[in-house]
Design a protein around this ligand. Structure first.
Ligand code: FMN
Ligand code: SF4
Length: 460
């Protein structure tokens, strides 16, 4: 699962605090104490650390921002660590937590001291049993060892919902509610905010915080030895789907996507690649794009959280779109009508194409829904749907038109690529086993009505 450029992922799991120290851990925390908050932010700025949770936002700017909002808007700063890892095709945060939880905890202690946050809540799915257990054990160890601020860190178990990872929805969960995104962003109004106290909250991804100790210990220039000018350092990537060696790989940013997918993960005959469900499709001619935030965006897609789902030329693009759109339709929370209705309508239209019942006008409807699905959106989820549908229809229009013309049922057997587990030794990937039963209201059906309908048609 690892490569020569490993910086975060150890060759074998770090199983105790003593192992962490033996591997050079602890120096980042010591250096942060010497530098103080302003000095820490300067080093992170010089290193160019950008968030690894999806948007690539500069970490130091985020940390300075919450401190400034607390001064003007009042209240306490809080740190929220995003360990929800709900993006399809992503498994790096659980790998980091399981194999090296001390780097994350060291990063959290540094973030607490630098932002002046009173508390750090680690939002993690209750169903991630092994990472939760590993993190709890490591937290007990660092508390016992007297790490500064470690007694102000706690774990918050969250639901098995995509939106739990959306930063404002995570605040709702921490406050004891459902994961429903808020209008106001956490850095403006955070946990338990009132009109009188902004309580700005900084939300950071697990990998982002895990990079912090080594940057402080080794310096900004060391971090920049890997990566590119705009995307320095390494990133931990996940690759699943039609590849010979699925897994989690740490690489220098700037490495061509083709190297990751073909040379490392063993993909051949690539037809379509998705960086989670929040980005446009990547087709064969874009595979030489460097893995950096800006280049991926210029190519019309995005780096996302570094998880790639690969589909080869044996796949029906309708099946691919259908499984990804079904996920977005189910996970949309329905606070914004255009999002729930639009995603559901698009998922239904694709199911109609799969059943062989669609007309060409249904493809036009699909595109129309993709244009309005973002109307009055509170969060980014429907932007992902828009990018995904718009780009896939554009890239595979001939196949879609021919499939509709043929008017016969097409394959409907792809799993939703929500990763449950990747076995480090065998590389075997297990996906969420019950996802096909999850319904639009987030409850689970006893049996799959969609599949049965398709199978019934075929039988008939
Ligand atoms: C629908 C949705 C789901 C998200 N899921 C995750 C997630 O599982 N983990 C994560 O770190 N960020 C997720 N994000 C991004 C977070 O909202 C947030 O931007 C991120 O945690 C910031 O951390 P960073 O600055 O360290 O990258 C999601 C965003 C959206 C819109
Ligand atoms: S945009 Fe969609 S997922 Fe986001 S809050 Fe609105 S309905 Fe919910």
């Amino acid at each position: 699962m690892h490569s020569d450029t490993d910086r975060l992922l150890p060759a074998s799991p770090i199983t105790s605090l003593a192992d962490h120290f033996a591997a050079g851990g602890g120096r980042g925390l010591a250096r942060a104490q010497e530098l103080g908050p302003a000095g820490v932010c300067e080093v992170l700025d010089a290193a160019g650390l950008r968030g690894r949770g999806g948007a690539g936002f500069p970490t130091a700017r985020k940390w300075r921002g919450v401190a400034a909002t607390a001064r003007t808007g009042g209240g306490e700063v809080t740190l929220v660590v995003n360990a929800a890892e709900g993006e399809p095709g992503t498994y790096k945060d659980r790998t980091l937590i399981t194999d090296q939880p001390y780097a994350l905890l060291e990063g959290i202690c540094i973030a607490l001291a630098t932002t002046g946050a009173a508390t750090a809540h680690i939002g993690i799915k209750e169903k991630f049993v092994t990472p939760v257990q590993r993190l709890s054990e490591a937290l007990a160890e660092v508390r016992e060892a007297g790490w500064p601020h470690a007694d102000r860190i706690d774990l918050v178990n969250g639901p098995d919902a995509y939106l739990f990872g959306e930063e404002s929805a995570m605040l709702e969960v921490i406050e004891g509610n459902l994961p429903l995104p808020r209008i106001v962003k956490p850095f403006e109004a955070g946990l338990q905010a009132t009109t009188a106290t902004a309580n700005p909250t900084v939300v950071n991804n697990v990998e982002t915080l895990s990079h912090v100790p080594a940057i402080l210990a080794n310096g900004a220039d060391w971090f920049r030895e890997a990566g590119t000018e705009d995307s320095p350092g390494t990133m931990v990537f996940t690759v699943v789907g039609d590849v010979a060696s699925p897994g989690v790989y740490e690489l220098s940013l700037g490495t061509p996507l083709r190297t990751l997918l073909e040379d490392i993960a063993g993909a051949t005959e690539i037809k379509a690649v998705y960086g989670g469900v929040s980005n446009a499709v990547i087709t064969e001619e874009l595979l030489d794009t460097p893995l950096c935030f800006d280049a991926m965006q210029q190519a019309g897609s995005g780096l996302g959280s570094g998880g790639f789902i690969v589909y080869d030329t044996s796949r029906s693009i309708v099946d691919v779109m259908s499984v990804l759109l079904n996920f977005l339709a189910v996970e949309s929370c329905g606070q914004c009508n255009a999002c729930k209705l639009g995603n559901t309508a698009m998922a239904e239209l694709l199911a109609k194409v799969q059943r062989g019942e669609a007309q060409q006008t249904d493809l036009e409807s699909l595109l129309r829904w993709s244009q309005t699905v973002t109307d009055s959106n509170r969060c980014y989820l429907p932007v992902g749907s828009q990018l995904l549908v718009g780009s896939t229809v554009q890239a595979f229009v001939d196949e879609l038109v021919d499939t509709v013309d043929a008017g016969v049922p097409t394959p409907a057997d792809l799993p939703t690529p929500l990763i449950e587990h990747i076995d480090e030794d065998s590389g075997e990937v297990t996906y969420h086993e019950r996802y096909h039963l999850k319904q639009l209201d987030w409850s689970y059906a006893d049996e799959d009505p969609g599949k049965l309908r398709l199978e019934g048609l075929r039988d008939g």
